[in-house]
Design a protein around this ligand. Structure first.
Ligand code: AMP
Length: 172
């Protein structure tokens, strides 16, 4: 029987700001069976897209992205907040559901012509994922897909990602 992943997603009202219903994945990753099932489902979609690397942003993108990359035999590239990466970086700035932010990647971490699957835990407005796609393309690589654990469909994040192959495991 396939586990219902949504059973381990906790709704936290008014976090980190009033009016935001935060989808907390900590119960899911703390449960070995549910965590493994989430990685299996992410892998089933991602594997046929044949990525060389998975690109994930801190912090939850590291957890799912690292496990997914290992599962399918791809590499992992971290996107981080400014000032965290030690080598030469390129940067993208984007709007969030709650504020604005920037992400950096090492400019030599993704090689020209590489196939990259962009991963995040939650698709909200799509700003973060779009920024990561821009970083991939700025480095001359191809976005082979964009995958999420959770999609908040009422925020229409997919519109920001039109033209990309987008998938999510759980839709609200
Ligand atoms: P966005 O750029 O608006 O698609 O926001 C996506 C990023 O913000 C993801 O990295 C999420 O981790 C985080 N995020 C935005 N909204 C939520 C939410 N309601 N619950 C949990 N995480 C969220």
């Amino acid at each position: 029987m396939t586990l219902d992943l949504s059973a381990k997603i906790r709704d936290v009202p008014d976090f980190p700001k009033e009016g935001i219903l935060f989808k907390d994945v900590m119960p899911l990753i703390a449960d070995p069976e549910y965590f493994a099932e989430s990685i299996r489902q992410l892998a089933a979609w991602t594997r046929p897209r044949k990525p060389d690397v998975i690109l994930g942003a801190e912090a939850r993108g590291f957890i799912f992205g690292g496990a997914l990359a290992y599962e399918i035999g791809a590499g992992f590239v971290p996107a981080r907040k400014p000032g965290k990466l030690p080598w030469q970086t390129i940067e993208a700035t984007y709007d969030l559901e709650y504020g604005t932010d920037s992400l950096q990647v090492h400019s030599d971490a993704i090689t020209q012509g590489a196939r990259v699957v962009v991963l995040d835990d939650v698709l909200a407005t799509g700003g973060t994922a779009k920024a990561k796609c821009e970083l991939v393309e700025e480095l001359g690589a191809t976005v082979a897909g964009v995958v999420f654990l959770i999609e908040l469909t009422f925020l229409n994040g997919r519109d920001r990602l039109s033209g990309y192959d987008v998938h999510s495991l759980i839709k609200y």
